[in-house]
Design a protein around this ligand. Structure first.
Ligand code: BES
Ligand code: ZN
Ligand code: ZN
Length: 530
């Protein structure tokens, strides 16, 4: 490999020998570079934070490059007095005949790993953020092809690149450019090129899943109706999964009165999606359930108009289920997953459910709907009951369920309510890897009492007061689950990113798709080793 690089470099030199610029000659010493031909290729190299002002702590790949460039990169970096700090970059030009720009990005202190207080792998997070910043800066410079340093964690590096370059511009005349990003600069020097490329691919697929979630969440609700959501999911998943699109009549036949009570206010027909991925056969698949309210006006208990546009993302749970399945199937994980997605709009109209109405869920429980804006739990109630019919080994649901979880945790973590310590440990472990955090919340009987105190029915869909709103919502869902391994993720707080996650950019976040994929990956290893 090294020999072929040397050959390529000398060919480049020969080609351009007649176009030597005096300025570049000065900069690059004995090496000759072309200024007449534009090398539309850039390089990202990582360095560790280092207090020393007379040495640079390069990553493995960066060190090799520096050696190849006769120490030019370290020389140029050391001309600046202040050492690079985590998250900062320096852009160099004309240091290598192959690359028009070499961007050096600081990936934090060497050896950083799990941080107990932050409950995250800091090393991996820093790599994602540093690489993300680097590729965006190079895009600004007009680069179309970028080779990226693995920075010691190829998967995290790939995630950073592919997540940063996402933008939802389907509806704009001017699209943002998507430079091609590759790991080739690092594989040149790697002992194990294949495993590095495999890791790069895994990172890219993890990001691709999250990017699908982001796209679905960002799409305006007039375009992403329940019917359209089902179409896109079919288009994205049908070659690897079985996708069943159930209609209103089917939901009626299943006695999903709770789900249908939300859909009835809208002219858009509801859809219930059932998706199966069989990476292996099992009698007890993993069940995923996602809230798919394609727009939440609040219904008759209508929301204030300010900020209501964000409620196009109220199908975030459904989107994360679809995104997770995309990655799980592309990675061909040896696991059996069944997914259940109730889709509808929550609208006020002459046919909408009214506060005080009583509806009956699939399991026969009656629910007094005192607030039509607490609709997520109503559609999930039936979806959870239905999922139980498939004897799942675990049920994981995701829902942009309550504003209260946003008040409690903000965008810092998704709130997790689970009846299983073991499941909690697994999910938390997955989130440390992904950097997309989770935080455990209580499922006390205290909260159950709040929703079972009901004038007309078995349950009330709100907990009386606003206190502990995320917990009473979870307690409500608990009434529809018998499974001993149930996890409910309230993802309303992490729905959108307003700069909190450096490598995501502003807009709908697609969180916590990668955590769920990692979790499924962990579970697949566990069940296959049994
Ligand atoms: N979709 C909302 C929750 C939400 C809020 C999602 C902010 C994303 C960002 C949910 O359907 C809702 O309106 N919940 C109510 C429940 C209340 C009426 C008990 C809420 O949180 O205010
Ligand atoms: Zn609502
Ligand atoms: Zn909602």
């Amino acid at each position: 490999m090294a020999a072929s690089i040397v050959k390529r470099v000398s060919r480049v030199k020969k080609l351009n020998v007649s176009h030597i610029s005096a300025r570049y000659k000065l900069l690059t010493g004995s090496r000759h570079f072309s200024t007449s031909k534009q090398w539309n290729k850039a390089l990202v190299l990582g360095v560790y934070e280092n207090e020393s002002t007379d040495s640079i702590d390069f990553t493995g790949t960066a060190r090799k490059f520096d050696e190849k460039a006769d120490g030019k990169i370290s020389q140029l970096l050391l001309t600046v007095k202040k050492p690079l700090k985590c998250g900062k970059t320096r852009t160099l030009h004309a240091v290598d005949p192959e690359f028009s720009s070499v961007l050096v990005t600081c990936i934090g202190k060497r050896g950083e790993g799990y941080d107990e207080l932050e409950t995250v792998d800091k090393g991996r997070e820093s790599i994602r953020a540093a690489v993300a910043k680097a590729v965006l800066q190079l895009r600004e410079l007009g680069e179309n092809e970028i080779e990226v340093d693995s920075c010691g964690d190829t998967e995290a590096s790939a995630e950073g690149c592919h997540l940063a370059l996402f933008s939802y511009d389907d509806l704009k005349a001017e699209k943002s450019r998507k430079p091609a990003v590759r790991i080739s600069c690092a594989t040149r020097y790697s002992q194990d090129k294949n495993s590095m490329e495999k890791e790069w691919r895994k990172g890219a697929i993890l990001a691709e899943g999250q990017n699908l979630s982001r796209r679905l969440m960002e799409m305006p609700a007039n375009l992403l109706t329940p019917t359209k959501f089902a179409e896109i999911v079919k288009e994205q998943l049908a070659d690897k999964c079985e996708v069943l699109v159930r209609d209103k009549d089917w939901a009626e036949s299943m006695k999903m009165g709770s789900f249908l009570s939300v859909a009835r206010g809208s002219v858009e027909p509801p859809v219930f999606l059932e998706i199966e991925y069989k990476g292996r056969h099992s009698d007890s698949p993993l069940a995923l359930v996602g809230k798919g309210v394609t727009f939440d006006t609040g219904g008759i208990s209508i929301k204030p108009s300010q900020g209501m546009d964000a409620m196009r993302g109220d199908m975030g749970g459904a989107a994360c289920v679809a995104g997770s399945l995309l990655s799980v199937s592309k990675l061909q994980l040896p696991v059996h997953v069944k997914a259940f997605i109730p889709l509808c709009e929550n609208m006020p109209s002459g046919s909408a459910t009214k506060p005080g109405d009583v509806v009956t869920a699939m399991n026969g429980k009656t629910i007094q709907v005192d607030n039509t804006d607490a609709e997520g739990r109503l559609i999930l109630a039936d979806a959870l009951c239905y999922s139980e019919q498939f004897n799942p080994s675990l049920i994981l649901d995701m829902a942009t369920l309550t504003g209260a979880i946003d008040v409690a945790l903000g965008a810092g973590a998704a709130g997790v309510f689970t009846n299983s310590e073991n499941m909690w440990n697994k999910l938390q472990k997955a989130s440390v890897r992904s950097g997309d955090r989770v935080w455990r919340m209580p499922l006390f009987n205290h909260y159950t009492k709040k929703i079972t105190e009901c004038q007309l029915a078995d349950l009330n869909n709100i907990g009386g007061s606003r206190s502990g709103g995320a917990c009473t919502a979870a307690a409500f869902l608990k009434e529809f689950v018998n499974n001993k391994n149930w996890l409910h993720l309230d993802i309303a707080g992490v729905m959108s990113n307003s700069g909190d996650v450096a490598y995501l950019g502003k807009g709908m976040s697609g969180r916590p798709t990668r955590t769920v994929i990692e979790f499924i990956n962990l579970m697949s290893k566990e069940t296959n080793n049994r």
